[in-house]
Write a protein that binds this ligand. Structure first.
Ligand code: PRX
Length: 637
């Protein structure tokens, strides 16, 4: 069996691309016809980028889990759906076949409904990378509830913000999570978050670490107990809720240039088609292969390429609970050999970090099952690309550099493994359906042989975001108002003479630290809440491993025990408010910040100083107090 819409040659790619631009509706209708529907759509596409209004397959009725589970249970019940590898290499791995996964999802769907969850409810999931996380996600989709997965590294405050914004009424969590040699207490973080979340009625807690937890009567219950109750009732299949194509499937919060993360909304049918189409084509998945995406399901990469993309394609997806460097830096490679992984999809930051251990962790690793390598989340530098190619791919595996975003639902610009050529540090060509253009600051098209500009997309694709939860206007102003009639990505980009795209990084105030997207305003707000801090400005600077590091300039009028201690305290405040992933790498205390006469911080100057380009600051004459720049320069860390 193969996929009727899989692209097999470069000619196929060009033909598909052309068709997707000339007759997008029939192009996508053909592809969508290969999925399971309860009722056909009335209209393939209805859109305008003004409101914005984006509707794909409107009127179509389906449930994404019937496409991820039921149809494969019929065809291949014993094929592994999820292979799970524990944090601890000595814990046996687990395999759930399509039949088993289906049963577990149905069972948990019953648990959810018996605990009061209904179609349309928002359910927050804060769990470790265990199969139950995927089961919880799919069970939400099965009953027609909207999941909002929050990455396990976020703080109680961040969770509370997300729960309140979405008005979740149920939380699924675990007692704790293993991460390398650490145990992270998830349930107690949830308890703290829920102090300010009156909308939450129920908390279902999975046992993972046996960390002692408080369990509140009438609110908290154990996953295992609830599952047993369903078994005692006879383990009946759960009839999937029949959803409209445009019903919400999930919310995923992501950072932007303002202080408050926004809830990106994806809907059922378009997202499903896009996650599946991109999975099958970018990675050139062949039935029977093992796909290992190292992301966490708390991020979009995990949603699309651990859960929905692979499972909707009947693929075998490998879920890893741990981290690449524990118990040693050979962990990924050991997993690749142990499970005969065919496709490995990871982040440049992981590659750079593993590179720094040299080739010793590769000793004795065969890596001969690997066929395709992928990267995602940030630009990959040429050195890391070649290391990946030579040491992991043994110069035998195509590398796909996949550019996309939480908002785009799936890969937008990438080579197709073994089909279209790769070019180190270039994402290369748009997928069928994607019409990228580059514009200048004023929104005029930039054209020519080798040009740079702001990357926009001029036509809808099935997996694009539909709104930001609870605030459609925010969606419009963030993505659709900068340039008329275009979706603005926030990324800068270069297009070379071959038409290949190279993403050069964000052009807004969003940082990409270790592949995690963090808004500078969010971090500044957190720093400013630290006692004694008057004002702060956060900028990015190049970091060998993380890609970007975070440099904070802080005006502090409190009393220092010593500067180093205050730095640590500020980091702790940021970790408390956002999560440890948002801790600044460097904190420089300053007496003032460079501002224009209208009071705007000149970030360009701060960025240059952080990058070390102190002699090339450009025009500083418009500054209110040019002297402050001299002070900042001379005290640079
Ligand atoms: O700046 C781009 C960068 O990551 C941003 C999206 O972050 P997020 O929504 O968290 O999604 C990450 C996983 C899809 C983009 O705006 N980015 C993502 N992929 C690449 C990239 N930058 C360069 N090359 C990539 N392949």
């Amino acid at each position: 069996m193969s996929y009727p819409y899989q692209i097999h040659s470069i000619e196929d790619y060009h033909a598909a691309y052309q068709k997707s631009v000339e007759t997008p509706e029939s192009f996508w209708a053909d592809i969508a016809s290969h999925f399971t529907w309860h009722q056909q759509w009335d209209e393939v596409l209805n859109w305008n980028f003004y409101d914005p209004k984006i509707e794909w397959f409107k009127g179509g009725k389906l449930n994404i889990t019937e496409n991820c589970l039921d149809r494969w249970v019929e065809k291949q019940p014993h094929t592994p759906a999820i292979i799970w590898e524990s944090n601890d290499p000595h814990t046996p791995s687990r395999t759930l076949t399509y039949q088993e996964l289906f049963e577990e999802v149905c069972r948990f769907a019953h648990v959810l409904t018996q605990n009061g969850a209904k179609r349309g409810d928002r359910i927050c999931i804060y769990m470790p990378m265990v199969p139950e996380l995927a089961i919880a996600v799919l069970a939400c989709a099965r009953i027609g509830a909207i999941h909002s997965v929050v990455f396990g590294g976020f703080s109680a405050q961040s969770i509370a913000d997300r729960i309140q914004d979405a008005q979740c009424n149920l939380v699924v969590t675990a007692d704790g999570a293993y991460r390398g040699n650490k145990t992270i207490p998830l349930k107690s973080v949830i308890d703290e978050a829920l102090l300010t979340c009156p909308s939450v009625q129920k908390v279902i807690v999975l046992t993972r670490t046996n960390t002692p937890v408080s369990m509140m009567k009438d609110r908290d219950c154990w996953w295992e107990d609830e599952m047993k109750k369903i078994s005692a009732q006879g383990n009946l299949p759960f009839k999937a809720a029949i959803m409209d194509a445009e019903d919400m499937l999930f919310i995923l919060y992501t950072s932007g240039s303002t202080g408050k993360p926004k809830g990106v909304v994806h809907t059922c049918a378009g997202y499903m088609v896009w996650a599946n189409y991109t999975f099958v084509n970018v990675f050139q998945y062949k039935p029977g292969q093992v796909h290992f995406c190292t992301a966490d399901i708390g991020w979009i990469t995990g949603h699309s390429y651990i859960v929905y993309g692979p499972l909707s394609a009947g693929a075998t997806t490998l879920m890893f609970e741990g981290i690449p460097t524990w118990p040693d830096a050979g962990r990924f490679w050991e997993i690749a050999d142990k499970h005969q992984v065919d496709i490995l999809y990871t982040a440049p930051t992981a590659i750079r970090s593993l590179m720094s251990f040299g080739t010793e962790p590769l000793q004795g690793k065969k890596l001969d099952s690997l066929k395709t390598l992928g990267t995602v989340g940030e630009p990959i530098n040429e050195e890391a690309w070649h290391w990946y190619d030579e040491n992991i791919g043994r110069k035998n595996c195509p590398i796909v550099d996949t550019w996309w975003q939480t908002e785009t639902g799936g890969v937008m610009i990438s080579n197709l493994a073994g089909i279209t050529p790769s070019k180190p540090s270039f994402a290369t060509l748009p997928l069928p359906g994607i019409q990228p253009i580059l514009v200048d600051e004023k929104g005029s098209l930039v054209e020519g042989n080798e040009v740079s500009g702001n990357l926009c997309i001029r036509f809808p694709w099935p997996g694009m975001l539909r709104t930001t939860f609870g605030d459609h206007e925010r969606c419009r102003t963030t993505y659709f108002s900068t340039y008329e009639n275009l979706y603005f990505t926030g990324d800068g980009c270069l297009r070379d003479k071959d038409g290949d795209y190279r993403i050069t990084g964000r052009v807004d105030d969003v940082l990409n630290v270790s592949g995690h997207r963090i808004g500078t305003a969010e971090v500044e707000n957190a720093i400013n809440r630290h006692t004694g801090v008057v004002e702060s400005a956060v900028v990015g600077y190049p970091h060998d491993i993380k890609g970007q590091g975070m440099y904070a300039y802080v005006i502090f009028n409190g009393i220092h025990v010593n500067e180093e201690q205050t730095r640590k305290d500020i980091c702790e405040t940021v970790a408390n408010i956002i999560g440890a992933i948002a801790k600044p790498d460097k904190i420089q205390f300053v007496s003032g910040l460079p501002k224009t006469r209208s009071g705007k911080i000149m970030r360009r100057i701060l960025r240059k100083i952080a990058e070390g380009a102190v002699d090339n600051l450009g025009d500083t004459t418009t500054l209110l107090d040019p002297l402050v720049v001299e002070e900042i320069k001379s005290n640079k860390l």
